[in-house]
Design a protein around this ligand. Structure first.
Ligand SMILES: [Zn+2]
Length: 233
C-alpha cells in the first residue's frame, strides 16, 4: 500500500484503509481545528490565507471533475453530528439541488480535499439519476437498466469500505435497502448511496485499476453513464 501511495502522489495512500477512512468524512472527535482556534469567528476564518488557498484548490478540483465550481463551497462552519453515542465532525455534505459544502479543516491535505469532493459529487450524480428513476413509469428504461441490482443482490455484497459498512450495520429497515429509495427515511442510514460514493472515492484515490467489488463498480459506472446522458439531454 505504501509503495502504491508513493506511486500515486495525489492519493490518500494509507488513508484508504482502516480508521483513517472515517476521518475522511467524519473527522475525529473532538474536532482538532476547534481546539487549535477556539475563538475564531467564521468571517475571521474566511480571511485566513490558508482558507483562501484551500478554497482555490477546491474550485480547481471541481473544474477538474467537470463540475460547476460555483456550486461547490468551502465553509468555515464546523458541522458535528452524533452517531453511535459519539460526536463526529462532518467533512462535507451534498444537497439534492447539486450544491456541495466542504467544511474547512486546517489539517486537510489537498488529497483529502479531492477524496471528499469525489465522494460528495457521486452523491449529487446519484440524486440526479434517482430523481429521473422515480419520475418514470415502473417499466421505464432506467427501471429496466437497474432491475438486476435487487435489494438482496446489493445486501449480499455489503459495502466497499469501513465507512460504507457502518451504514450497512446501521440500517434499521425491515428489509434490505432498495436502490434509488429514500434510504435515510426508511432505515436511518444510506448504505447504497454511501457505498457508491465510496467507490467514487476509491477510484479517485487509487485510479481506475483499484481492486474493488465488481458489482458495485458496475453499478457506479451505470449511474454515471445515466447521469451523463441526463445532463446532455
Ligand atoms: Zn457520503
Amino acid at each position: 500500500m505504501r509503495s502504491r501511495f508513493e506511486a500515486r502522489p495525489r492519493g490518500e495512500g494509507r488513508g484508504f484503509g482502516a480508521l483513517s477512512i472515517l476521518r475522511c468524512w467524519l473527522g475525529a472527535a473532538p474536532p482538532r481545528h476547534a481546539a487549535a482556534a477556539p475563538d475564531r469567528t467564521a468571517s475571521e476564518i474566511e480571511n485566513l490565507s490558508h482558507f483562501l488557498k484551500k478554497q482555490e484548490t477546491l474550485q480547481r478540483l471541481a473544474r477538474e471533475f467537470g463540475y460547476d465550481a460555483s456550486k461547490v463551497t468551502l465553509s468555515p462552519q464546523t458541522r458535528t453530528f452524533d452517531y453511535l453515542g459519539q460526536s463526529f465532525t462532518s467533512e462535507g455534505q451534498s444537497f439534492p439541488d447539486g450544491r456541495i459544502e466542504i467544511y474547512y479543516d486546517p489539517q486537510m491535505t489537498d488529497a483529502r480535499l479531492g477524496c471528499c469532493l469525489a465522494h460528495e459529487l457521486q452523491h449529487v450524480r446519484y440524486f440526479v439519476v434517482r430523481d429521473a428513476y422515480c419520475a418514470e413509469p415502473t417499466d421505464g428504461p432506467l427501471h429496466r437498466r437497474f432491475a438486476k441490482y435487487a435489494p438482496e443482490a446489493l445486501g449480499a455484497q455489503r459495502g466497499v469500505s469501513n465507512y460504507s459498512n457502518e451504514h450497512w450495520d446501521a440500517w434499521k429497515g425491515d428489509a434490505p435497502p432498495k436502490l434509488f429509495s429514500m434510504e435515510l427515511e426508511m432505515g436511518k442510514s444510506e448504505p447504497i448511496n454511501e457505498t457508491i460514493a465510496e467507490v467514487a472515492k476509491a477510484l479517485y484515490n487509487w485510479g481506475p485499476d483499484v481492486r474493488i467489488n465488481p458489482l458495485w463498480r458496475e453499478l457506479h459506472d451505470a449511474i454515471n453513464e445515466e447521469y451523463a446522458a441526463l445532463r446532455s439531454a
